[in-house]
Design a protein around this ligand. Structure first.
Ligand SMILES: Cc1cc2nc3c(=O)[nH]c(=O)nc-3n(C[C@H](O)[C@H](O)[C@H](O)COP(=O)(O)OP(=O)(O)OC[C@H]3O[C@@H](n4cnc5c(N)ncnc54)[C@H](O)[C@@H]3O)c2cc1C
Length: 497
């Protein structure tokens, strides 16, 4: 039985990036994935000849000189990805109160564009820009600088985005518009921090907003290649079910197929709750286990994957966030009776497409409770009632899209849907949660999980540790690997890539 320097559980972006960093730095790594595909949320699937993304529709921070660009340079990814930059004048469009508002790329352009819609609010927009910049400057790892502690970031993690928006303007429409793409973090105005909003907003506005051409699984393929070239081992169909200890340290992990994998260090890049389920009760303090178990999960989603008829619906270089509410904060004002209260709409890019879109994705929130009655039935066998439920939801959503994008309905060739159960089953998140645990700015320490655990040779990584999303998970991986390689050393290597 080979003994690896580091055994990594989960091959989502978090697990793959930890594997990339550690194998580049000379460690022998083994990544274990329970599914038949690597990538977690980076997985794509094919229906009706079209490739569909499951959990990566666009990424920020990839302009030359920006944070994710530099991290990707170190990983060896920059020249290997097929990307398309979204519309410079309008990467996101927010539909609110019967009007559409554009988010432009580049902060000055962003301010000028919104100032055309809100001429008397230009000062508020400048204040918004300055604060977002200030916040981002206080997060060392977002600027590829070593982080010692959280003292410089804490006040921004403890202020709510709702209170910040209130402080810069009393114009409720502008407040809603500025938060109009909060589906990106399942925002709650009094719980989501100013920091979360700022790091995400800035990554797109100043960092550059890009889509993956031909699907996001290209990122998985490239990372798998890099890890293998560095001598790393990746195993599919390898569900980890138990950790075995010798004294207080993990000695090996056991797979569902009976295999045992030994390692010196272990990184769990899956949900911390699922990790603790695999560790016997005597090893972990009850209070720690309870704290993790009680953490709230972000809301789940219902997604429509649409295959479009050829040459029927124009390709859109903009993502649309439409709101049918008097507030854009739908995650905390969810009302099943009024569903869908909001939705995101986009047309993914393909290298062989022309001016017309091949497919479209419509994403909206859905609470797990709505599908709970089918939770014990296996995917594909959940019965006619479940299928009917999904069909009715899909039809409602299509009607909504048609209101804002005339001609969409008649362009549909076929459609497919996912529910919270799909995400629970395919990415192993609790209740199909979109972005893992809720980081509550009012209980910032209680809802923050550190990479370092009480077990000396176990680290956490992935979206639950820092932030979710491409940039958030990249920073999580750096935090985790720094515990093994040293923060100063790693950041220096990354800056000189
Ligand atoms: C609908 C949706 C849309 C999104 N859109 C965007 C976007 O446009 N841009 C963006 O940047 N981010 C987006 N995100 C967020 C982003 O996808 C995630 O934050 C990120 O992919 C999380 O990576 P991860 O490695 O932490 O977890 P995951 O991707 O969930 O990976 C965890 C992996 O661990 C595996 N696993 C679980 N349990 C075990 C076990 N016991 N043994 C072995 N393997 C196991 C799972 O199968 C999975 O492969 C979106 C997310 C969702 C859900």
């Amino acid at each position: 039985m080979p003994k690896y320097d580091v055994v990594i559980i989960g091959s989502g972006l978090g697990g793959l990036l930890c594997g990339t960093i550690l194998s580049k730095e000379g460690k022998s790594v083994c990544i274990l994935e329970k599914h038949h595909q690597f990538g977690g949320n980076l997985q794509t699937f094919k229906r009706d000849g079209k490739i569909f993304d499951t959990g990566f529709h666009y990424v920020g921070g990839l302009n030359e000189g920006q944070n994710l660009h530099q991290y990707f340079k170190y990983f060896g990814l920059t020249d290997k990805l097929k990307l398309e930059r979204l519309d410079l004048n309008s990467f996101d469009k927010i539909g609110f109160n019967g009007k559409e508002y554009s988010f432009a790329q580049g902060f000055d352009h962003f301010v000028e564009t919104l100032a055309n819609d809100f001429p008397s609010e230009k000062n508020a927009l400048i204040e918004y820009k300055n604060k977002i910049k200030e916040v981002c400057n206080h997060f060392p790892l977002y600027n590829l600088k070593p982080a010692q502690d959280i003292s410089s970031e804490q006040k921004y993690l403890e202020q709510s985005i709702g209170s910040f928006l209130n402080s810069i303007t009393s114009n409720k429409t502008l407040q809603n518009v500025l938060a109009g793409n909060n589906l990106l973090y399942a925002g709650t105005p009094d719980k989501s921090s100013l920091a979360m909003h700022a790091l995400i907003a800035n990554s797109f506005i100043d960092g550059g907003a890009y889509r993956f051409v031909d699907g996001s699984s290209q990122l998985t393929d490239q990372l798998v290649n890099i890890i293998e070239q560095n001598g790393g081992v990746l195993k599919k169909n390898s569900e980890v079910i138990h950790f075995s200890f010798e004294n207080d340290k993990i000695q090996s992990i056991q797979l569902k197929n009976g295999e045992q994998i030994e390692g010196s260090q272990f990184i769990s890049a899956i949900h911390p709750y699922s990790t603790l389920q695999m560790i016997d009760s005597s090893v972990i303090r009850k209070s720690y286990r309870e704290r993790i178990n009680e953490l709230e999960e972000t809301i789940s989603s219902f997604i429509l994957f649409v295959s479009l008829k050829p040459n029927s619906f124009k390709y859109l270089k903009t993502n649309y966030y439409h709101h049918n509410n008097d507030t854009v904060w739908t995650a905390s004002n969810y009302n099943a009776e009024k569903w869908p209260q909001n939705y995101m709409f986009l047309t993914p890019p393909f290298s062989n497409s022309n001016d017309f879109a091949d497919s479209a994705i419509v994403l909206t929130y859905m609470k797990y409770e709505e599908v709970k009655q089918w939770e014990n039935l296996k995917s594909g066998n959940r019965g006619a009632e479940y299928e009917e439920f999904k069909k009715l939801k899909a039809e409602k959503l299509i009607e909504q899209v048609e209101l804002n994008h005339l001609g969409f309905k008649k362009s549909i060739h076929k459609y497919y849907t996912s529910s919270p159960l799909t995400y629970r089953d395919y990415t192993g998140t609790r209740d199909g949660s979109m972005y893992g645990i809720v980081h509550d700015c009012n209980h910032f320490l209680k809802t923050t999980i550190l990479a370092k655990t009480k077990i000396p040779n176990l680290l956490f990584s992935g979206q639950n540790i820092n932030l979710h999303g491409a940039l958030g998970v990249t920073v999580s991986s750096v935090m985790t690997c720094s515990e093994i390689l040293g923060m100063g050393y790693l950041i220096q290597k990354m800056n000189h890539a």
